[in-house]
Design a protein around this ligand. Structure first.
Ligand SMILES: *Cc1c(COP(=O)(O)O)cnc(C)c1O
Length: 386
């Protein structure tokens, strides 16, 4: 089976992890701060907070912004469930903004319309979470302008986009957002097995995320309610979690980071080659905005709508049967039973649903060979011409 995504682990990665295993610290040692520093420098962000997953990063980002009961978080329906679940963890409510039919990202025009209505109803969101789907940057300048006009905060879910850039700045620079979150799950661009990271230029948000990652405990006397009782003393000043990244994970991340740019460049080569090989088939290949450089976590095709209704599942099954591990990113969240129980209905976000009826993620990872890529294209051509 050719998977849709897969990590590359080199001998150097293995040695980096073994070195940590033989060192004094398996957790809370030097590797995590080094990983944070590396990514903050790379992205040109002031602060980085590493955690055990992007899901945790999204959660502490919401907590740092005081998201709670009575608040709303808005995001796109075409994302992984973690993007919206973080609001529910905080007791807040979730709503969605439909996607742009060409980029598949949260549509700024739809966002503006929804904000105008929400303002009239007194239900403006506290946080909006744009997701750079497949790595393709969202129209952050437009979303940022709306945040100033309507007073919401922005968390970029950049789980697909580490290594990408937008308007000359790296994704993660937080030029148009308050916090940016990365994922290092093995299918993503670089991996720490499980792991995530939140970047920000706001010292207060960084400090609060550090607290929430580790039980809400501080050893910084300036944050305590009274002077330390002694050298052993710490205070719990918030209800936090244990969301820490281990030294093993960070060592793997530090080693993988050296290949980040190379990986993204390779993904672009694979994507360009797909664009050429798929030309002429009844499908659309991904659009690339002029303002950005995609991280290209995923390569999503959309079958032409006139054949999608009958053939989408057939093409998918044909590819799987041919040993091509295609996938579908994502089932619109508002159609999930858990969200339907909250009142969302099929039909609420038509562009997201149309996308879902036509989209297929083809294999995309740096070690995908030309021969494997040809195999994918041949199987797809056969499926569409049968
Ligand atoms: C993978 C992913 C997440 C969750 O990442 P984890 O590190 O697995 O918790 C969140 N949002 C998006 C868009 C993702 O692709």
């Amino acid at each position: 089976m050719i998977p849709y995504g897969r990590q590359e682990i080199t001998q150097k990665d293995v040695e980096a992890v073994i070195e940590v295993l033989q060192s004094d610290f398996l957790t809370q040692g030097p590797q995590v701060p080094a990983f944070e520093k590396t990514l903050a420098n790379y992205c040109n962000a002031q602060h980085a907070v590493a955690v055990n997953s992007a899901t945790s990063a999204l959660h502490i980002a919401c907590l740092a912004m005081d998201l709670g009961k009575g608040d709303w978080l808005w995001t796109t329906p075409v994302t992984f469930v973690a993007t919206s679940n973080c609001a529910l963890y905080c007791g807040a409510r979730v709503d969605f903004v439909d996607i742009d039919p060409f980029t598949y990202n949260l549509c700024p025009a739809a966002l503006e319309r929804k904000l105008i209505d929400a303002e009239a109803a007194g239900k403006l969101p506290k946080i909006v979470v744009p997701v750079h789907l497949c790595g393709e940057p969202c129209d952050m300048a437009a979303i940022h302008a709306l945040s100033k006009r309507f007073g919401f905060k922005i968390i970029e879910d950049a789980s697909h986009a580490v290594g990408g850039s937008y308007k000359g700045g790296k994704i993660g620079a937080c030029q148009y957002s308050d916090i940016t979150v990365f994922s290092f799950h093995p299918v993503k661009i670089i991996t720490t097995a499980e792991g995530g990271l939140a970047l920000t230029n706001d010292a207060n948000l960084a400090n609060r995320m550090q607290l929430f990652r580790s039980h809400g405990i501080t050893r910084d006397t300036s944050q305590m309610t009274h002077e330390a009782d002694g050298g052993w003393y710490y205070q719990q000043i918030e209800l936090g979690y244990n969301y820490r990244m281990t030294e093993l994970q960070a060592a793997l991340g530090n080693s993988q980071f050296d290949r980040l740019d190379q990986y993204v460049a390779k993904r672009h080569q694979i994507s360009d080659r797909y664009d050429t090989l798929l030309d002429g088939l009844p499908l659309s290949t991904p659009v690339r905005g002029a303002d950005g450089y995609s991280g290209l976590h995923l390569y999503v095709i959309r079958l032409h709508p006139d054949l999608a209704a009958t053939t989408h599942a057939q093409v998918f099954d044909h590819l799987r049967a041919a040993g091509i591990g295609v996938n579908l990113h994502y089932i619109p969240i508002h159609t999930q039973p858990y969200y339907q129980n909250m009142g969302f209905k099929v039909g609420d976000f038509p562009e997201a649903e149309k996308y879902y009826a036509e989209a297929i993620s083809l294999p995309m990872y740096p070690n995908l060979s030309h021969a494997q890529q040809d195999e994918v294209v041949n199987a797809l051509t056969q499926a569409l011409t049968e």
